[in-house]
Design a protein around this ligand. Sequence first.
Ligand code: HEC
Length: 128
Amino acid sequence: MKRLFPAAALLLALAACSGGKSEAPKGGKDVSPIVTATFGRDSSDAGERLFGEKCAFCHVGKSTGAMMLGRRLDESQPAELHKRKDLSADYVKQVVRAGMNNMPYFNRIELPDDQLDTIAAYLARNSQ
Ligand code: HEC
């Protein structure tokens, strides 16, 4: 129950701001807030589950990270991190520990190294 509440609150908050079609440049704009809030929950991939828990609310669907990256990246890049094919594990770890503009950094209490390694490997899975 304790674990359910933040997810439910997030869902309500996301649902409240999802009215009307957005002028989002690309990526994730047609993704329902429910997909964002529950991303990876039932995945057999631990990296996908952790990404869903720690990062998806900013990086999946119509969310801050996806919107900001959608503006910054060139047209050929998807705005949602889990669809990227150019992320290296080292780059992901660097951004997460240092933060980037509007992205707050995560310290080792919030996100231990082993969990960050798992998320970084998941996000780098499609990169050569
Ligand atoms: C509070 C919202 C928020 C959370 C939570 C968040 N991010 Fe971000 N992230 C952002 C924003 C916003 C940007 C874009 C920064 C910019 O360009 O201004 C970003 C950018 C990034 C980038 C850089 C991508 C690029 O192309 O340069 C990576 C990598 C990244 N985030 C990984 C993660 C990971 C992994 C997590 C989970 C551990 C996470 N983020 C959690 C908001 C967030």
